[in-house]
Each structure stands twice: as C-alpha cells, then as structure tokens.
Write a protein that binds this ligand. Structure first.
Ligand code: NAD
Length: 401
C-alpha cells in the first residue's frame, strides 16, 4: 500500500516538475512515535505517524489489529495527507495503531490500552496539533476513553482533540454513514459526467461492513443503480434481481451481515474471491487494501471501480485496467466522506454547536461534489486518470501551504 501511494505521489510530482528534494520532503513523515504499551504484563507495539501538517493539524484514525506495523501506519498516514488535501480540508494527515487483537482482551484491558495510548501521545496531539479518530476495531466508546484520558493528562477540556466520539460526548450526526454516503455522492458525480446516471447499471460490492452497508443503503435512492452481489471474507452472494440491503442486517444485533440474506434463503453463498470477477457494470471495493492486483486484474469485468477501502487497487493493476479503459474512482476522494464528517465534528466542537443530520449531510455533499468536480475537470484538461488528477491537485495544495 505504501508503494502504491508513493508511486502515485512520485508520478504526480514528476509530471508537475517538482525536483527530487521536494518529492522526498512530501514522502517523508514529519514525526513518528513508536512505543510499547504494557497491559497485564504484555507489551503491545504502538504507533502514531504524523505525516504532513502544512495544511492544518494531522488527522487520521487509530486501529487496533494484530497486523498493525510501522509500514502500514506510514502508508495510511501518507494517504490521509493526500485525502484531506484532495477534498480541500484545512487538515493534514496522520495515522495510528496498536498491534493487538482486541478480541483477546477483556473490555477493561482494552480500556487500559486505549487510555495508555492517549496518555503517551498527549504532548503531541490536540485539536490544534493532531486529531485522531476511530478506525479498524476502534469505536466511539474507545475514543471517549482516549478523550477523557487525554483531557485528564493535560488538565483541560479539549473535545476537538478526537473525532468519532459518542453523541453525548460531542460526536457528530451522520458520522456512521458518512464514508458510504460519500462514496455514493462521488459515484453519482462521475456517472453524471459520463451521462450514465439515468441508465440501468449493475453493481457488485466487496466488503459489507460499516462502509459497504451504508454505501448500499444510500444507493437505494437511485433505483436504476442495482446492487446484484455482495461479499465478505467468506462468501459472495449474487442476486440478479437486486439485493434489498435492509434485509441483509442481522436483526438481533443490528449489524450488517450478508449471512442474513442466506438465513432468509434469498441467495446461496458462493466463494468470496468470485466478487471481483463478476459481470457487473460497477465494482465497489469496500473491504481491504490490495483487493485487485496482478494476480486477478485480468478477470475484472466492470467498467468502473469505486475504491471505498484504502488502496484496494495496486499500482500494477491500476496501470493494466486503465489501458483497458476501466475508470477508477480513487480512494482519496471516494472514501473521504468519513474524514469530511470528522472535520465537521471538529468544527462543531470548536464552536460548541451540534448540527442536525440533514445539515451535516448537506455540507458533506457540497465538499465532495466540489472535490469530485475539481478532480474530473483536471483529468479531462490534462488527459489524466482520476487518481492522477486527484494526486496532482492534492500535491499542489500541499506545496502551496
Ligand atoms: P468493517 O470491518 O466494518 O468491514 C469490512 C468488511 O470487509 C467486512 O464485511 C469483512 O467481512 C469484509 N472483508 C474482509 N476481508 C475480506 C475479503 N478478503 N474479501 C471480501 N470481504 C472481506 O470495515 P469498514 O469500516 O467497513 O471499512 C472497510 C474499508 O474501508 C477498510 O479498508 C477501511 O480502512 C476503509 N475506510 C473506512 C472508513 C470508515 O469510515 N469506516 C473510512 C475510510 C476508509
């Protein structure tokens, strides 16, 4: 993922005529915090990478996952700097994580881990310095613990130091659905440009977690865009008549769970890997990085790919697919809805206000429509892919500050 992001940045910088020293300066992180957190006698490697703050405080999530390592955190921090710049937010890029499987810890131990993480980083974060948020396996409850510990450590209140908080602790309406909603907004803008918005189109989607579920839900506002397949890490479910996502929710827990479709005997599960090669007009990648690489790119049949995960199409796959005329809606714009609503939460905290969901969604829409328009204009003017255009715009904005 780091290589894919750095390739896109290097190529954009070379096209724009920046020298090697400048290119190097934008690839390197401004600061890296690498430490260990001890919980019940076990030490967990912990990281916070502060990549770039030329446009404002560092911004990016914290993940708790056994695979977290410095390379991954660096890659995600780099992508955050380009994402915030590509959509024009006055924020920089950062990312954090702890190499831990939180499912193996008691709730009390997860809380201790979260509090110690925040305490260690308290001199380096804050609403004007670095604003962490939830990511994989972290949620509003964990962020509330971190905010509380951070405020205790600094001896002052600063709710804007974290975003993704629970609603009664200063969280924003609309945050949960924001990334999926943003994906639909960006896709709709692309289809308008391609004169495809009123055509009947089929969609296959990899990943049915928070992002995938809300993407599918908001997509229901466009009845001609028909979701015909969804997958998770185990299975693919295909339903050519269209999938009613409200039925793909496990009712007792309320979590998106495509197995519910099977339980309802609506569709039969097939292998997970099938999804990327299905015949559909649009392939939405909402699971993991490197979902389409040199190992499977030649089986992709969709004409449009939406990158809702970070870095789901490798650099090699992107080159191959572009030559075949496939349009890739890049992650830095397609999945920016989450960071945009995080930014709106930060603004609300600063002004001590709480906007209704409709107002948040309206502001999200405006920011993403503008960013999508800028990207598509640049791509058309300079005959670039959408990803190349988005990275050029982001790089120019980063260099201006
Ligand atoms: P999630 O954990 O809620 O859901 C992930 C989904 O992907 C699950 O359905 C899981 O079963 C599926 N999955 C995992 N491995 C898979 C595989 N090999 N094949 C098919 N499906 C697989 O995560 P999420 O919050 O929905 O995030 C999805 C992606 O979007 C992640 O890459 C995340 O970094 C990125 N992202 C999330 C946000 C956000 O606001 N949540 C914002 C920007 C980017």
């Amino acid at each position: 993922m780091l290589e894919t992001a750095q390739t896109a940045i290097r190529e954009a910088a070379e096209r724009l005529g920046y020298d090697q020293k400048t290119i190097q300066s934008v690839l390197e992180a401004e600061a890296e915090h690498i430490f260990a957190i001890e919980v019940n006698g076990k030490r967990y490697p912990a990281f916070r990478v502060q990549h770039n703050s030329r446009r404002g405080p560092y911004k990016g999530g914290i993940r708790f996952h056994p695979h977290v390592n410095i390379e991954e955190v660096r890659a995600l921090a780099t992508l955050m700097s380009f994402k915030t710049a590509a959509v024009g937010l006055p924020l920089g890029g950062g990312k954090g994580g702890v190499a831990v499987d939180p499912r193996e810890l008691s709730k009390a131990d997860v809380e201790m881990l979260a509090r110690r993480y925040a305490r260690h980083l308290s001199p380096y974060i804050g609403s004007g310095k670095d604003i962490p948020a939830p990511d994989v396996n972290t949620n509003a409850e964990i962020i509330d613990w971190m905010t509380d510990e951070y405020e205790k450590t600094i001896g002052a209140t600063d709710p804007g130091a974290f975003t993704g908080k629970s609603m009664d602790k200063g969280g924003s309406e609309g945050r949960e659905a924001a990334t999926g909603r943003g994906g639909v907004i960006a896709l709709v803008e692309l289809l308008k440009r391609q004169n495809l918005l009123d055509k009947p189109l089929t969609i296959a989607m990899q990943g049915f977690g928070n992002v995938g579920y809300f993407f599918a839900k908001v997509l229901q506002d466009y009845p001609n865009l028909k979701l015909i397949a969804v997958s998770n890490s185990k299975h693919t479910w295909v339903q050519s008549d269209g999938i009613d996502v409200t039925r793909a929710v496990h009712v007792p827990s309320g979590t998106p769970r495509p197995e519910a479709l099977h339980d309802l005997q609506l569709v039969t599960p097939q292998p997970s890997g099938l999804i990327t090669s299905l015949k559909a007009d649009i392939l939405v990648l909402a699971a993991l990085e490197d979902a389409v690489t040199e190992h499977n790119y030649d089986s992709v049949k969709a004409g449009i790919i939406v990158e809702l995960a970070n870095g789901p199409v490798s650099a090699a796959a992107e080159r191959f697919l572009q030559q075949r005329g496939v349009i890739i809606l890049p992650d830095v714009v397609a999945n920016a809805g989450g960071v945009i609503v995080s930014y709106l939460e930060w603004l609300q905290n600063k002004d001590k206000v709480h906007w209704p969901e409709a107002e948040v969604n309206q502001k999200l829409e405006k920011i993403l429509i503008d960013a999508s328009g800028d990207m598509m204009d640049r791509a058309a003017e300079r005959k670039l892919s959408l990803k190349q255009a988005a990275f050029e715009i982001a790089l120019e904005r980063l260099m201006k500050n």
